[in-house]
Every structure is written in C-alpha cells, then in structure tokens.
Design a protein around this ligand. Structure first.
Ligand SMILES: [Zn+2]
Length: 219
C-alpha cells in the first residue's frame, strides 16, 4: 500500500449548496505502483466473465456525458451506465472548456458520417454539489494554482462550481454557441446532489438556438 494519502477537508458551506472542498496531503512519501494493483485484479475478473464482449463503439444511449472527475461523481454508478452506453468526458468540475468543445465536435463529425439526418446524440453536462473546484474561490489557493499553470486568476475563479445550476447553465450555452459543434447535437444541463444521490435537470435537451432567448448570457 502507498503511504501517500489524500485527505479531503470540507469547509463549512456558506449556503444550502455544497461549497468549496479542499484537499491536502496527510503525509509525504514515495509513490509506488501498488495503487493500481487491486484495480488490475478486478480487471482479470471482468475479462474472465466476458464483461467486454458485445460492446459497441457508438454509444447505445446516444449520450455524451460531461461531468466532474470527483470519484463520488462516476456516471457509471449514479446514471447506471453500462459498457458501451455512453461517451464520458470528465475533468475538474465537469466544465465545458475549449478542449471539451473540440471533443464534442470530433464525435459530432464522426456521427455525421454515419447518420445522414436526424439527431446525432445528446450532450448532458452534469455539475454537482460540494464540488472541489470551490477551492478556486480561495484567494491563496487560486493565486498559487494560477502561478503553477500560468493561467489568468480571473479565469480560474470562473471555473469554480459554487452554484452548480448556474455554472451548468453557462456551460450548456457555451456548447450551444460553439460553431464547431454540429447543429444536430442536442445539449442538456443537470445537477447531481452528492447527498441525495439524485440528478435534477436544469436545462432540458435542446438544439442550438432553442435556448438562446431563454438562458441569460453571463461573461
Ligand atoms: Zn467536482
């Protein structure tokens, strides 16, 4: 076992919605390869049981999920996704970054080549309560991180998911307004509550243009 351990430190929420989570190393130590060992044992069981057989490339649910990399927020669990059901992109906060827009555009172009008409697939953006990106609202943390990655501090503050319904609304609008994304792609926005385990829809699925008038644009 590794002696390197992450201990989450949850700060007191300032509202009903879960807020900034902080993370710090409880102790320093050498990292080793053992962290993957138990997962590899599960892989052997998976392969022996034929869990990989019959999986298809184009997702059975025609669904593309964008959500946070928080281990509590695994769509295979809270959405019950099986192998081949959906494409999933996870990053810090589940935010729609330029890289994520390019990923959706790529899949859209592939889908256009096999589906000449009709809807291609739905992109579901799912933000969650108690998101660790709340750490970016802390001035000291944000300043250090900005220096570390060479980013603009104000941009990083905007990345924090403090109000998941608000940030998911903005990210849905980002997808709707991205010219690289095929118009036949629909987009929806949701919030996953890590306390109740429930997903609530904030923006129902729609195509580009459907929401422009309904969703206020924020900088
Ligand atoms: Zn998160």
């Amino acid at each position: 076992m590794s002696n390197r351990r992450l201990t989450p430190r949850i700060t007191a929420p300032r509202s009903g919605v879960g807020l900034a989570s902080g993370f710090e190393l409880a102790s320093r130590g050498k990292s080793n390869a053992s962290n993957i060992d138990s997962a590899l044992q599960r892989n052997r069981v998976f392969a022996a049981a034929g869990g990989h057989q019959g999986a298809v490339v184009f997702p059975k649910l025609r669904l593309f999920v964008i959500t946070c990399l928080d281990p509590r927020v695994d769509p295979a669990h809270f959405l019950g996704l099986g192998l081949g059901d959906a494409m999933v992109v996870r990053n810090v906060g589940g935010r729609v970054t330029p890289e994520v827009i390019n990923d959706v555009a790529f899949i859209g172009q592939l889908a256009e080549s096999v589906l000449p008409d009709g809807p291609l697939f739905e992109v579901a953006v799912i933000h969650h309560t108690q998101c660790g990106t709340g750490a970016l609202a802390d001035d000291t943390f944000r300043r250090r991180y900005a220096e570390r990655i060479g980013a603009d501090e104000s941009t990083l503050l905007e990345h924090a998911v403090l109000d998941p319904a608000g940030t998911v609304t903005r990210d849905v609008e980002r997808l709707h307004s991205a010219p690289a994304i095929a118009p036949r792609v629909t987009v929806s926005g949701h919030v996953y509550d890590v306390v109740t385990g429930l997903v609530e829809t904030v923006i129902p699925a729609g195509r580009r243009g459907d929401r422009i008038a309904a969703v206020p644009l924020r900088p």
